[in-house]
Design a protein around this ligand. Structure first.
Ligand code: HEM
Length: 161
């Protein structure tokens, strides 16, 4: 039995889950921004949150299968600082990615939902549009940073410098 093929199979499913979020996210985000109807905007914001829920499961699959990859390939914790420094670097970038995914993205989603509620009121606060634009910019930066991190992780894995 080729155990590396088994763990790699699950690892690649995890990679697919993360890429699904990173591709679907900006597409739904674009729909959200172009939409003028407030109800449709709320709908797109909800959809974005639902797709985002895939990322913790993807992360869990990646961590478990990643550890399995390490066991099968005989990579120890000590190797992360020596012969497998590429993996050590990859893990640091992965933790940064995870932190952004667990903090920034849900925070933006919550604040946006709140602002959309306020926009729905008869007398929305004056600064609601400015706050929304600032949140949108933060979301763009967050997507960009997440893409850069995932691409760096992929490059590290493929070239193992
Ligand atoms: C976004 C996160 C991650 C991505 C995109 C990713 C991507 C990949 C890909 C595409 C491969 C296959 C490379 C090949 O066969 O040549 C791979 C292998 C591997 N990954 Fe990951 N991975 C991620 C997270 C992790 C984590 C969290 C761990 C450890 C806990 C891990 C450990 C490994 C190991 C040990 C291998 C085998 C490398 C080898 O061929 O020696 N990965 N990863």
């Amino acid at each position: 039995m080729n155990w590396f093929a088994v763990s790699l199979f699950f690892h690649l499913i995890g990679v697919g889950m993360i890429f699904t979020v990173l591709i679907a996210g900006p597409i739904i985000e674009a729909n959200y921004r172009w939409e003028n109807d407030l109800r449709m905007k709320q709908h797109a914001a909800k959809l974005l949150r639902s797709v985002g829920l895939l990322s913790p499961f993807g992360a869990l699959v990646l961590v478990l299968s990643g550890i399995a990859n390490m066991v099968v390939k005989n990579i120890t914790f000590a190797n992360l600082f020596g012969s497998a420094a590429w993996l050590g670097m990859k893990l640091i970038l992965f933790i940064v990615l995870l932190t952004i995914g667990m903090t920034t993205s849900p925070k933006i989603a919550r604040q946006r939902a709140m602002l959309l509620e306020q926009m729905n009121q008869l007398n929305p606060p004056e600064d609601v549009n400015d706050k929304m634009s600032s949140l949108n910019s933060t979301q763009t930066i967050s997507f960009l940073v997440q893409w850069i991190l995932v691409l760096l992780i992929l490059l590290l894995t493929l070239f193992k410098p």
